[in-house]
Ligand binder design. Structure first.
Ligand code: F6R
Length: 365
């Protein structure tokens, strides 16, 4: 049931502190991730991994795109990420020591399942499924599984399934890093940050009223642009997908550095631009991208770390998030974008939980 919530989507957004805690439950040791969480064969298999192919659809694909940054940065493993409907029809080259990772909330998405079956004959080390539904086809047919523990997701637009996938993918990154000799102190710092994560998720969700107040600026618009850099580019993609799906506003996401290579031509006073600005190494670069938008009269909405020197002003609204560990920022910066899409859809009066033309699980091709 929806309980006191108006929609399943809002209920599921607010379940995220508990869901993230469940995804981490029993999987964290003192200073590292418990590799056994991935099954008894995980340790020896992970030791052989030289490369990863990540395959998924939709929101799950965006989780995979975030994970690429993490796996390369914290586990030193090269990663390819691809949508399943492309991957399965390609002549895929599989270098020795490659692990296939599939990501799916339902475990029944036709293209993702077909990708796993297609991959069987290609010489992978093995397959890992990160999935939310126990006993699903994807889980049954994979060598290793990590369940995301998000519980049933009813809203068609995926929210808690995405953030619990990110939590699972960070566990995977740390487990792989550990086997491959990643720096012990760095591992311990990230494990500590993971322990604080459920609480931080709750802190960010408490910004809901402030995000609702921004939503009116979008309800009458026909287009929106989402910008991010590094692992926040896929966060921008996910924010744009949420807005499209439930509010039917055309939204696109770009890595902020690509702006001047084309999309800047679209920017005018009717084009709200949402930017994700955590306090990371790319901040100065992002700030100059924001200047480019302002100079064209674009209205900016910036989600920024409280320590970032950015002020509200003419054409720029800044919403401050508590300071968080850089590595986990993609998960936390997703939350305001979920809430923004939700409130815009409510203002527009769409069917939030059952958007037109979409099905919760795409079991046909
Ligand atoms: C978007 C959404 C879809 C799914 C996609 C894959 O909000 O929910 O894009 O993410 O259909 O579904 P799963 O994860 O079940 O394979």
């Amino acid at each position: 049931s929806k309980g006191d919530y108006r929609h399943f989507m809002l209920k599921e957004i607010h379940e995220q502190p508990a869901v993230i805690a469940a995804a981490l439950e029993g999987r964290l040791g003192e200073r590292s991730v418990l590799i056994e969480s991935f099954g008894p064969d995980a340790e020896s298999l992970f030791g052989e991994v030289r490369q990863i192919h990540l395959v998924a659809c939709g929101t799950s694909y965006h989780a995979g795109m975030v994970a690429r940054y993490w796996l390369e940065r914290y586990a030193g493993v090269p990663v390819q990420v691809e949508v399943a409907s492309e991957y399965r029809y390609r002549r895929v080259v599989v270098p020795e020591g490659t692990l296939l990772v599939t990501l799916s909330q339902s475990g029944e998405t036709a293209d993702t399942l077909a990708a796993l079956r297609f991959a069987k004959g290609l010489g992978y080390l093995g397959s890992l499924a990160i999935c939310n539904v126990p006993g699903s086809s994807l889980v049954r047919e994979s060598d290793l599984t990590l369940m995301t523990q998000a519980g049933p997701e009813i809203g068609v637009a995926s929210t808690k399934a995405f953030t619990s996938q990110l939590a699972a993918l960070m566990l995977f990154t740390l487990a792989l890093g550990r086997v491959r000799g990643a720096h012990a102190d760095e591992q311990a710092t990230l494990v500590e940050a993971l322990r604080r994560l459920p609480h931080q998720v709750a802190e960010v969700l408490a910004l809901d009223p402030a995000i609702e107040a921004l939503s009116a600026a979008f309800a009458e618009k026909h287009h929106a642009l989402f910008l991010g850099r590094g692992p926040h580019f896929p966060v921008a993609l996910e924010g744009a997908l949420k807005l499209k799906e439930i509010s039917y506003i055309h939204a696109e996401a770009y890595p902020a550095g690509e702006l001047k290579h084309g999309p800047l031509a679209l920017v005018d006073g009717d084009m709200p631009v949402v930017a994700v600005a955590p306090n990371d190494a790319l901040l100065d670069k992002l700030k100059s991208n924001l200047q480019e938008v302002r100079a064209r009269g674009g209205e900016l909405f910036v989600f920024a770390d409280e320590r970032v020197a950015l002020e509200d002003g003419e054409g720029i609204r800044v919403l401050r998030l508590p300071h968080v560990e850089d590595a986990l920022a993609p998960l936390l910066y997703t939350l305001p974008l979920q809430l923004l899409a939700y409130h815009v859809a409510v203002l527009k009066g769409t069917d939030v939980d059952q958007p037109r033309n979409l099905a919760k699980s795409v079991t046909v091709e």
